[in-house]
Design a protein around this ligand. Structure first.
Ligand code: MOS
Length: 742
């Protein structure tokens, strides 16, 4: 706990915890909205085609239901996200199976079911493409002029010279799979007309994203669209873009029917249609001296975008910028691209493109270690990026040598060297253990000039009793409603009970930006801090600094005199960073957080089930505003990465649909799959972040998979190239090795 602060640095339990644990919180599904109709989505059964006819059978009219097709859309037929390529309703082109073709609202569940069954859609099929290879080969043209959603290119130093200087060159192809966020509460939105505008209530991360999308689809000015967040049962990125889509559906139905309309997906529909982590395929070629120093890296990464852009451009940017991981590479080329396929659009998942890149670079480091007969820890320590070194995209690392710091700490926590040596001796028996280590960094906040351009704004008011925090930063289980009050109480110099976090409502809250990109504590927090300082100054009115009860009393007098007490606050950067969007180079992030994981896994050689026994997590997070919550964020995220590494295996069928429509067909780690944790926080305060905080929300998803797979490899004496390394894949790799394949 820090000496400098009264509240920052305290391990306080989450303020929203007790009501959630007691089951007292009402999620959208639980909220009784009088007179509310239910909405449903009529979906394409073919992966690619042209809608020829949408008709209703006589039974439809009997239900009293309302049908919405593309022709009923008053505004533009697209869901405004990064681009406007994603139609709200397919018309006439269909580009993935399960794509929305029409919408139905009905007074109750039974009539909705009958009405949905009475909608007949005829789609003339066209040949689909399902793989990045087919897409890049333009086997069919399904998106734009070349199927390429976006691509980036970075070169620094002299690649030819770098490889010429190398004593060894290693080359690997890496592959990562889809991943489902599996938030506890499924997606849900409700909408109703209000005057000449519309109001929405739902489970979401980014209130103003939904405002933008609904305004475009209904052809309304933004101020006619009000979005409120209902209690949100987890998101992990999965409620970054999808609530815009579902919000548009609910709004279109409410607009045409004049009714209140609610859509809450059941788990099956949620799994089948919501965005997943982008699958990746990459090829890394690395040159090293014989003592293990990297001389060159040539990296190429391809993401599978699915049928439309949604967030792919920004996900790909993060993949691209994290491609070399935590290492200094003097001569480097990175090429990244994202390709359209006839599958549901992939989107945001905690890590946002970084985990795919980190998996590739970390596995490449393991491959290099194996080739050079070095320990994976040593080769990493030798190459970590240090203060003053350049990232491939031209940013100079200004902070401390935190990559090295977290690696050494994780090694110490796990007793890595001794365990690696002991476990390298065992070769017999049904249960074998292995230990793997990995390293990652995560740039906090939006990429490039995104944060500087965002205008992150918070508002503080005094309501006669308490100071109220108005932001668009949502609580989704990650702790925003605990951390932001801590920041406000610290900045004002009052007690926690003197401040109140207000649930986001776009009618009253300023735009603090979206609740994404590990930016809430770091940057929304900074705007809250600024608003507090501004309000405090106004109340003090040039007099002596006030705090505690004295400030509360002064605020009461101020409110009485002025009629209102409020102040805005902003996140303004003073670190002189610059970014060139054209060249896609410069200072990509204002602060990096760092993590190292060392995990010990037990592998059952009969079933090929891999169980993490213990996991060391060392993370440098700038400043831990609430260390207990920070640690909980870390262990939760690392566990998600472990799931992605071994058991979360999502496939698509012959129509490009996900094969898992139930939780029994898609396994995620539970408490029974949770290792013993050894977690330690390191703090190198970041001048750009709130009280020195860096973003840590996504960081824990970045490195875990590489460490877990490395541990499997160590136990089974194989070398794996993909995640998830399912039992089947471990079996195949062992077979291949024993039959002389590798
Ligand atoms: Mo996030 S994965 O930036 O919601």
């Amino acid at each position: 706990m820090s000496e400098e602060f009264r509240i920052i640095g305290k391990s306080l339990p989450r303020f929203d915890g007790p009501v959630k644990v007691a089951g007292e919180v009402k999620f959208l599904e639980d909220i009784e909205i009088p007179g509310c109709w239910l909405g449903g989505v009529v979906r394409s059964e073919v992966p690619r085609g042209v809608v020829r006819k949408i008709e209703t059978l006589p039974a439809f009219a009997e239900t009293g239901a309302v049908l919405v097709t593309a022709e009923d859309i008053p505004g533009e037929n697209y869901v405004a996200i990064v681009r406007s390529d994603y139609p709200a309703l397919a018309a006439p082109a269909v580009n993935y199976a399960t794509q929305a073709v029409a919408l139905v609202a009905a007074p109750d569940a039974e009539s909705l079911k009958r009405a949905m069954a009475a909608v007949v859609v005829e789609i003339e099929p066209l040949p689909p493409i399902f793989t990045v290879e087919e897409s890049a080969a333009r086997k069919e043209l399904i998106w734009g002029e070349d199927n390429c959603i976006d691509h980036y290119h970075t070169e620094r130093g002299d690649l030819r010279k770098g490889f010429a200087e190398a004593d060894v060159v290693v080359e690997g192809e890496w592959e990562t799979g889809l991943q489902e966020q599996m938030y506890l509460e499924t997606q849900g939105m409700a909408a109703w007309r209000a005057g000449d505008g519309i109001e929405l209530l739902g489970s979401l991360q980014c209130p103003f994203y939904v405002v933008n999308a609904v305004a475009a689809a209904l052809g309304l000015p933004h101020e006619k669209v009000t979005v409120r967040q209902s209690a949100t049962g987890g998101a992990f990125g999965g409620k970054e873009d999808y609530p815009s889509i579902l919000g548009v559906y609910a709004a279109l139905l409410a607009w045409k029917s004049g009714k209140k309309v609610k859509i809450v997906y059941d788990r099956s529909e949620d799994l089948l249609v919501s965005p997943k982590r982008h699958p990746s395929k990459s090829r890394y070629r690395m040159g090293l001296t014989k003592d293990g120093k990297i001389t060159a890296l040539d990296a190429e990464i391809k993401l599978d975008a699915g049928a439309y852009t949604t967030l792919t451009r920004v996900v790909l940017q993060r993949t691209h910028l994290h491609a070399a991981g935590c290492y200094y590479v003097p001569n480097v080329r990175v090429r990244s691209s994202a390709w359209a396929t006839n599958t549901p659009p992939n989107g945001a998942f905690r890590g946002f493109g970084a985990p795919q890149a980190i998996f590739a670079i970390e596995r490449t480091m393991d491959l290099a270690a194996e080739r050079l007969e070095m320990d994976p820890l040593d080769i990493r320590l030798l190459n970590t990026i240090k203060t003053g070194d350049l990232f491939p995209y031209g940013q100079v690392l200004r902070e401390g040598n935190n990559a090295e710091g977290v690696l050494l700490k994780a090694a110490e926590l796990s007793d890595y060297r001794r365990r690696r040596e002991i476990l390298s001796q065992q070769s017999e028996g049904r249960f074998r253990k292995g230990i793997g280590i990995s390293l990652a960094l995560h740039g906090g906040g939006f990429t490039g000039a995104g944060e500087a351009n965002m205008g992150t704004t918070a508002k503080m008011t005094f309501d006669g009793k308490r100071f109220r925090i108005y932001t668009s930063s949502t609580e989704m289980g990650q702790g925003a409603s605990t951390v932001l009050p801590m920041v406000a109480a610290e900045a004002l110099g009052v007690e926690l009970e003197d401040v109140l976090y207000v649930e986001p409502d776009t009618k009253y809250t300023p735009n603090t930006g979206p609740t994404v990109a590990s930016r809430t504590t770091m940057y929304a927090g900074k705007a809250v801090q600024d608003a507090c300082e501004n309000l405090k100054k106004a109340i003090e009115n040039g007099g002596a600094p006030l705090s505690g009860k004295a400030l509360v009393e002064a605020a009461k007098r101020y409110l009485e005199k002025e009629g209102r007490a409020e102040a805005l606050g902003y996140n303004i950067f003073t670190d002189g960073q610059s970014w060139d969007e054209e060249k896609f180079a410069g200072d990509a992030y204002h602060g990096y957080a760092w993590i190292a994981n060392a995990v010990e896994v037990e592998l059952d050689m009969d079933t090929y089930e891999a169980t993490p026994l213990s996991a060391a997590v060392a993370a440098e997070v700038g400043r831990a505003i609430n260390p207990m919550q920070a640690k909980a964020q870390l262990t939760g995220g690392v566990l998600q990465a472990f799931g992605w590494a071994h058991i979360e295996d999502l496939k698509t069928d012959a129509k490009g649909r996900y094969t898992a429509a139930h939780m029994n067909a898609y396994l995620v780690p539970t408490t029974l799959d949770t290792p013993e944790w050894k977690v330690e926080l390191l703090e190198d305060p970041c001048p750009a972040g709130c009280y020195g905080a860096k973003g840590l929300g996504e960081l824990p998803c970045d490195a875990g998979a590489a460490a877990f797979v490395a541990a499997i490899d160590h136990a089974a004496q194989i070398f794996s190239h993909c995640a998830p390394m399912t039992g089947e894949r471990i079996f195949e790799a062992i077979e291949k090795r024993d039959n002389g394949g590798e």
